[in-house]
Structures are given as structure tokens and as C-alpha cells.
Design a binder for this molecule. Structure first.
Ligand SMILES: Nc1ncnc2c1ncn2[C@@H]1O[C@H](COP(=O)(O)OP(=O)(O)O)[C@@H](O)[C@H]1O
Ligand SMILES: Cc1cn([C@H]2C[C@H](O)[C@@H](COP(=O)(O)O)O2)c(=O)[nH]c1=O
Length: 216
């Protein structure tokens, strides 16, 4: 039986790496797949993994129709055995419905990868639809750690190291330090308290702040 599988986890837990590994394994055993992504942080039509892999992919925009695409391929005798979908949180609910139809009516496996929730802990519409329709969900086993050492589960958006709770749902970005707006994965308790690594360092550091004795 073909399946719609939703592989999920917070940012930086290895989803894109697993998507590329899965495609590599399937294709090296003679299966023909199509690899899709949407708004990868490296640009259009590419999947990048923080482990260094970068592979061309078909870009999904809001108008893209998976059903029409696959029917078009099959009617032109181009084989499709499975579909890999990265950054699936950015897909529309209608596109997720098309993926489920492809599984049920064409018996193709669909492997979707994406984060569940945004920086305010609200489900992305595409992820919500995947939760509703997937045959099964898989949470990646290894994830990033919160600065406190607990498992990181919630994606925080930070500006200058401080967590923000206002803004548009989609802002493509990375977890690496260096840019003004970035993401940091926290445990729930520290996400609730907006306690990012920068804030924790400033407020929980037992060392006295440096001061100028001349002006004290
Ligand atoms: N140099 C490295 N060596 C080993 N693992 C790494 C290295 N750099 C990043 N990783 C791992 O890569 C994973 C992130 O991979 P990626 O596929 O980009 O994640 P996601 O798609 O979930 O955001 C993390 O688990 C991280 O620990
Ligand atoms: C939390 C959150 C994330 N995003 C963006 C940031 C990245 O471009 C992707 C997630 O990519 P990853 O491969 O899982 O690291 O989603 C966003 O637009 N809005 C958010 O709230």
C-alpha cells in the first residue's frame, strides 16, 4: 500500500538530510522519484542540508498543482514511483489534498518533510493538513538542544538575540548565529518565557557586569 508519511521535527533536526537520503536510497534501487521543495533558505529549486548536501528540486509555489503535474508525467510515459516533499509547511492545504489523492488513486508513495509550527507555536496550514491526512507521522529522533541542554522542541524567531512574537508567519531564515533575524530552537519552558540564549546569558550570568571603577 502506498503511504503519505509526514516526517516532522523542529528546525535543524535533520529533515532535509533525511529527505535527500531517502531519495538517494530509493533512486539507487531503480525507483524513479520527483523531489520538491518550497522556499529553501538557499533559493529557488534547491534542497540544502546543513550537512553540506545541495540537490536540485522542483519548486512548489502557491499555484503549483501536484495532481496535474503527476498525471502529465504519467500520460507522457515518464515513470513516477514516489514523491519527496521538503519544506512542506509552506505548501497550501489544497496541495496536501492533492498529495493524498496521488497516494490513494495512483498508489505512489509521498514522503513529506517539514516543521509543524511557526515562531508563535501555531501550526502552519500545510502542516495542519498533513497531520490531518497523513497515514503516519514520524518525528525525527535527533533534534537540536535548547541552550539549557533540554531537547529543543519549539522554534523561536529572534531579532538581535531576543525572541519576537509579532510578525508574518513566513520569514525564510536559518538557525546559525550572525544574522539579525534568525531562529533558535528552545524547549517549551524557555519558549514560553522567551528566554533565548542571549537573554539567558544576560540575566542568569552570576558574574558581575564589568564596570569602570573611575566612574563608580
Ligand atoms: N558538521 C556537521 N557534522 C555532523 N552533523 C551536522 C553538521 N552540521 C550540521 N549537522 C546536523 O545536521 C542536522 C541538520 O540538518 P538539516 O537537514 O539541515 O535539518 P532541517 O532540515 O531539519 O532543518 C542537525 O541534526 C545537525 O546536528
Ligand atoms: C519557525 C519558522 C520558520 N520559518 C522558516 C525558516 C526556514 O526557512 C524554514 C524551516 O527550515 P528548516 O529546514 O526546518 O530549518 O521555515 C518561517 O518562515 N516561519 C517560522 O515561524
Amino acid at each position: 500500500m502506498a503511504e503519505l508519511v509526514f516526517h516532522t521535527g523542529p528546525m535543524d533536526c535533520g529533515k532535509s538530510t533525511l529527505a535527500l537520503q531517502l531519495d538517494y536510497t530509493q533512486s539507487s534501487h531503480g525507483r524513479r522519484g520527483r523531489v520538491f521543495t518550497s522556499q529553501d533558505r538557499s533559493g529557488s529549486g534547491v534542497i540544502t542540508s546543513r550537512l553540506g548536501l545541495k540537490v536540485a528540486a522542483l519548486e512548489v509555489d502557491a499555484e503549483f498543482d501536484f495532481w496535474r503535474y503527476v498525471i502529465g508525467e504519467l500520460t507522457q510515459a515518464r515513470r513516477v514511483d514516489y514523491i519527496v516533499c521538503d519544506e512542506a509547511q509552506f505548501y497550501t492545504p489544497e496541495q496536501v489534498d492533492q498529495l493524498a489523492r496521488i497516494v490513494d488513486e495512483l498508489q505512489l508513495d509521498v514522503y513529506a518533510f517539514g516543521i509543524l509550527a511557526d515562531f508563535r507555536t501555531h501550526l502552519f496550514p500545510g502542516s495542519q493538513r498533513l497531520v490531518e491526512l497523513a497515514d503516519r507521522m514520524e518525528t525525527l529522533p535527533i533534534g537540536p538542544l535548547c541552550w539549557c541542554g533540554a531537547r529543543g522542541t519549539h522554534n523561536a524567531r529572534t531579532v538581535g538575540g531576543l525572541m519576537v512574537t509579532e510578525g508574518t508567519q513566513v520569514v525564510v531564515g536559518d538557525t546559525v548565529a550572525g544574522s539579525e533575524v534568525r531562529y533558535e530552537v528552545l524547549c517549551r519552558a524557555h519558549h514560553r518565557r522567551r528566554m533565548t540564549a542571549v537573554r539567558a546569558k544576560a540575566t542568569l550570568n552570576p558574574e558581575p557586569l564589568p564596570f569602570d571603577p573611575e566612574n563608580f
